[in-house]
Design a protein around this ligand. Structure first.
Ligand SMILES: NC(=O)C1=CN([C@@H]2O[C@H](COP(=O)(O)OP(=O)(O)OC[C@H]3O[C@@H](n4cnc5c(N)ncnc54)[C@H](OP(=O)(O)O)[C@@H]3O)[C@@H](O)[C@H]2O)C=CC1
Ligand SMILES: CC(=O)[C@@H](O)[C@H](O)COP(=O)(O)O
Ligand SMILES: [Mn+2]
Length: 384
C-alpha cells in the first residue's frame, strides 16, 4: 500500500481526492487536515481511519473526538505547525496540498525538504514561494505533480518534449461568471453572482479569483515556476467552455491541446497514478455533442487583476507576495460583504504601489512579508 497525506481534506479538492482514493485499491490515507470544518473531518476520520489528523484550533479537539469508535486513537496535531509536520512525515508516497491560500506554503516546503513527492493544488505556494520551493525541489530531486487543471494539462503536454521546441505555454481561462460584462456592469455584482462559476464547482476563494481573473494571474506565476519559461512565453486565452484545459505552441506553429470534462478528479488521479494512467472517472468527453469551442482575448481594462499579476511576476522580489496577500484579504472582505467586487482590484493595486522591492528568499522572510501585507491590507480596506 502507498501512503497519502491529504492536507485540506475538507475542501473541494480534498473531498474530490477522497472520492478518487475510494476507487483506487493501493492507497492508504495516512493523514488528513482541516482548518475549521470539524464535523466534516470527524466523519472522514471515522470512515478512513487515518493515523494522523491536524486541525487549527485546540478548542475543537473535544468536538473532533466525539463519536470516535473504541480503539481508534489517531495522533492529533494542532495549529499551523501541525499541517507542516504532516507534510514531512516518514513513509509517505505523496503529499497532496489542497489547502487554500498562503497557509499552504510551509507544508509544501516541508514536504519537499522531507523528500516527499508533492501533488500540488495549492497554487499560492508557488506564487509566493516559487523562488524557495522550485530550486529546493530540483536540488533534492523531489517531484512536484501539478493538480491545477491548466498546469496538469501543460505537464502532460510537455512530457517527452524538447524544451527548445516549445515556443509558448497557453493557459485557457473560462472568463468566469462575468465574461463579456462591461466595466459598468461589474460594478454592482453580488457575492452570489461572483461565486457562480460557469463550469467548475470550487471553493469560495478560487471562485472569486476566477471572477476577477486573478486566478489566471496566479496561474501565470504558477506556470512560470513549474515549467521555467519566461513570462513572454506564457499566454492566456479566454475559452468559455473550459474543455481545453491548456495548450502548448511549438516552434513550427503547431498547437497541442489537452481536452477533457471539467472534473478535477481527473488531474487528482493523474497525480496519484503518475507515470501510470488510471481509469476514466469523469466520463467520456463526447466531441460529437460539443457544438463549439470558442476563443477570445481577455478584457484587461475591465479585469485589471491579470495585468497586475503579470507585472508582479515579472518584477519578482516581494511583488508576488504582496499581490497574493492583498488579494486574499480583499477577497475575504468581498465575501464578507465589506467591500464591492471592483474594490478587490483597487485594494491590490494600492498595496502594490506601497511596496518597495527587496529580497524575500527564506521561508521566514516570505511569511513575514505575507503577514505584514495582510495587516496593512486590512487597514486599507477600512478606508474603502
Ligand atoms: N477547487 C478546485 O476545483 C481547484 C482548486 N485549486 C486550488 O486548490 C486549493 C484548494 O482549493 P479548494 O479546494 O477550492 O478550497 P476550499 O476552500 O474548498 O478548501 C480549502 C481547504 O483548506 C483548509 N484551510 C482553509 N484555510 C486554512 C488555513 N489557514 N490553514 C490550513 N488549512 C486551511 C480548509 O479547511 P476548512 O474546510 O476547515 O475551512 C479546506 O480543507 C487552492 O489553492 C485552489 O486555488 C486549483 C484548481 C482547482
Ligand atoms: C479547475 C481549475 O483549475 C480552476 O483554476 C479553473 O481553471 C478556474 O477557472 P478559470 O479559468 O475561470 O479561472
Ligand atoms: Mn486552474
Amino acid at each position: 500500500m502507498k501512503n497519502l497525506v491529504l492536507l485540506g481534506s475538507t475542501g473541494s479538492i480534498g473531498e474530490q481526492t477522497l472520492d478518487v482514493l475510494e476507487r483506487l485499491d493501493n492507497w492508504n490515507l495516512k493523514a488528513i487536515s482541516c482548518y475549521k470544518s470539524i464535523d466534516k473531518i470527524r466523519k472522514q476520520a471515522i470512515k478512513f481511519r487515518p493515523d494522523y489528523i491536524a486541525i487549527y484550533d485546540e478548542t475543537d479537539l473535544k468536538e473532533l473526538k466525539k463519536d470516535f469508535p473504541i480503539g481508534y486513537d489517531p495522533e492529533i496535531l494542532i495549529g499551523a505547525s501541525g499541517f507542516a509536520e504532516l507534510a514531512g512525515l516518514n513513509n509517505v508516497d505523496m503529499v497532496i496540498n489542497a489547502i487554500v491560500g498562503a497557509a499552504g506554503l510551509e507544508p509544501s516546503y516541508n514536504a519537499i525538504i522531507s523528500n516527499n513527492k508533492l501533488g500540488l493544488a495549492n497554487k499560492e505556494s508557488l506564487v509566493i514561494g516559487g523562488n524557495l520551493i522550485i530550486p529546493l525541489a530540483r536540488e533534492k530531486n523531489v517531484d512536484i505533480i501539478p493538480i491545477d487543471s491548466e498546469h496538469n494539462a501543460i505537464f502532460q503536454l510537455l512530457d517527452g518534449k524538447d524544451r527548445d521546441q516549445v515556443s509558448q505555454l497557453i493557459l485557457t481561462a473560462s472568463g468566469g461568471p462575468f465574461y463579456g460584462y462591461t466595466a459598468e456592469e461589474i460594478e454592482d455584482v453580488t457575492v452570489e453572482d461572483a461565486l457562480a462559476h460557469p463550469n467548475w464547482d470550487m471553493g469560495s476563494k478560487i471562485s472569486i479569483d476566477s471572477a476577477t481573473l486573478m486566478n489566471k494571474g496566479l496561474e501565470v506565476i504558477e506556470a512560470y515556476w513549474l515549467f521555467e519559461y519566461s513570462y513572454d512565453k506564457i499566454d492566456v486565452v479566454i475559452h468559455p467552455q473550459s474543455i481545453i484545459h491548456s495548450m502548448i505552441e511549438l516552434i513550427d506553429g503547431s498547437i497541442l491541446a489537452e481536452l477533457g470534462t471539467a472534473d478535477m478528479r481527473t488531474p487528482i488521479q493523474y497525480a496519484l497514478k503518475y507515470p501510470d494512467r488510471g481509469s476514466n472517472i469523469a466520463g467520456k468527453l463526447n466531441l460529437n455533442e460539443i457544438s463549439r469551442l470558442e476563443f477570445d482575448s481577455p478584457d484587461l481594462e475591465t479585469f485589471p487583476a491579470l495585468t497586475m499579476a503579470y507585472e508582479s511576476g515579472k518584477s519578482g522580489k516581494g511583488y508576488p507576495i504582496v499581490l497574493n496577500a492583498a488579494n486574499e484579504i480583499a477577497v475575504k472582505a468581498f465575501l464578507d460583504k465589506r467591500i464591492g467586487f471592483t474594490d478587490i482590484s483597487k485594494v491590490i493595486s494600492k498595496m502594490l504601489d506601497k511596496h518597495n522591492s527587496g529580497e524575500f528568499n527564506t521561508l521566514d522572510e516570505i511569511l513575514n512579508l505575507n503577514r505584514t501585507v495582510r495587516n496593512m491590507t486590512e487597514e486599507v480596506i477600512l478606508t474603502c
